[in-house]
Design a binder for this molecule. Structure first.
Ligand code: 13P
Length: 261
């Protein structure tokens, strides 16, 4: 982790937890963060759409120090897009972050690079923070093509992005073969890709962009990845569904940042 960048931990709840369960988890996270504040770390929870209103309400009313995100957004402002949600709808619910181009959306819901780019633009133009998700599958990794693949994803989403929106972008490197598999990338693999991504971002004049890692991050491996992997935080799936493991990941980032300052 760099010494100057505040770490960021995002919990992607994916298609898990109904609104009652979501509120319960949000409250549990609130209690743990109250007992052990993570004052150096930014935290975001990303519930399913139908839970957002309830989670936003308890975060505000109980002053839980987390921001609320959405897992996806439609790039159009409104209209005939059955089943979709717009940026303005999210903003009305105090959403401030959006995951853009998660690999599950790319692979299962036909989100190609062009749609990812237009979604990212709509997200930042509306004032929201966009988390651009990139990462290769195992076939690309086996052929040692991860660098070129991720570079292509970054360039297609970020080239031509207006300078004034750059600071609203975070990049999350999530190798598909590590997502939900328990096969976490090694710190060396993460560090190599983080360095590569930062070089690509520098060419796009995005030197301050935070780079996160996602893929089977948990309470046991977060400390070593944050101290050795060169990342600024995590995008957490499965381990974000339990308050204890999610908060352990947050504390690992917080401790690392505090120790390095
Ligand atoms: P897991 O942490 O469950 O591997 O999921 C990672 C992810 O896809 C977060 O967006």
């Amino acid at each position: 982790m760099s010494t100057t960048t505040r770490p960021l931990v995002i919990g992607n709840w994916k298609m898990n937890l109904d609104f009652v369960e979501s509120v319960h988890l949000g409250q549990q996270i609130g209690v743990l963060l109250k007992n052990k504040p993570a004052e150096h770390t930014d935290v975001v929870v990303v519930p399913p759409f139908v839970d957002i209103r309830s989670v936003s309400s308890i975060v505000t009313s109980e002053r839980i120090p987390v921001a609320v995100g959405a897992q996806h957004v439609n790039p159009n402002e409104n209209g005939a897009h059955t089943g979709e949600i717009s940026t303005s709808m999210l903003k009305r619910l105090n959403v401030s972050w959006v995951l853009v181009g998660h690999s599950e959306r790319r692979s299962m819901y036909a989100m190609d690079d062009a749609v990812v780019a237009s979604t990212l633009r709509a997200t930042v133009r509306s004032g929201l923070q966009g988390v651009l998700c990139v990462g290769e599958n195992s076939a690309v990794r086996d052929a040692d093509g991860q660098g070129a693949f991720v570079q292509g994803q970054l360039e297609s989403a970020l080239e031509g992005l207006d300078e004034k929106f750059r600071e609203q972008v975070t990049v999350a490197y999530e190798p598909i073969w590590a997502i939900g598999t328990g096969a976490t990338a090694s710190s060396e693999q993460i560090s190599a890709m983080t360095t590569f991504i930062r070089q690509a971002l520098r060419r796009l004049e995005m030197t301050d962009t935070r780079v996160l890692y996602g893929g089977s991050v948990n309470a046991d491996n977060a400390s070593s990845i944050i101290s050795e992997g060169g990342v600024d935080g995590f995008l957490v799936g499965g381990a974000s569904l339990k308050a204890e493991s999610f908060c352990a990941v947050i504390q690992a980032c917080n401790d690392c940042y505090a120790g390095k300052r």
